[in-house]
Design a protein around this ligand. Sequence first.
Ligand code: FE2
Length: 228
Amino acid sequence: MAGAMRPEPGTLDEGALKELIAGELGAVRERSHGLTTEVLDEAGLTAQVSPLMSPLVWDLAHVGNYEELWLLRAAAGAEAMRPEIDGLYDAFEHPRAERPTLPLLPPREARAYISAVRARVLDALPAVRFEGGGPLTAGGFVYGMVVQHEHMHDETMLATHQLRKGAPALLDPPARVAPTGPGPAPEARCSWRRGRSRWASPTTRGRTTTSGPPTPSTCPPTTSTSNP
Ligand SMILES: [Fe+2]
């Protein structure tokens, strides 16, 4: 959570830290939806593009199930919401190659489930003790773990997008430069490669990254990439 304009969690009182946590939870969820239900239809979300990757809808429900396990059951002491689906989204129980054969939640249901989890997490957050509540919640530790876990799966989802065939689903963000003719100016079309990208994690925003959407063929090459 480090950054020039980002408060350091260790410097905040509990109320401010909980506000920061709520904001980080919201930001990562926006990113997850932007990689799944906002850009692909049901067929795209349930397809497996490679045996090395999960269907995107598995990642989506998995992050919500993980959040339920840790932030509701472990941190807030809540009862399981959907205990019958825990095994489906246990990464150790089912390797990626077999996940398409599981009776996964359909995309609409997966989104409803993770949204319901999130609503309960935010409802419970004010009452969770960060001091004197044990190591799991001390300093908001488990919340940071869950936020990082979802960002990690967002990176996995980006890799899945890169392996998809056909037209890319992740389109350029809205142009920041006023177009000078029909369609966006070339600089605007390519600007995501050099500037902030809503697909980037908070730690990669502002830097060139290969984790963004596929590169338009008309964009000039950049030199600072971390992967071939
Ligand atoms: Fe996971």
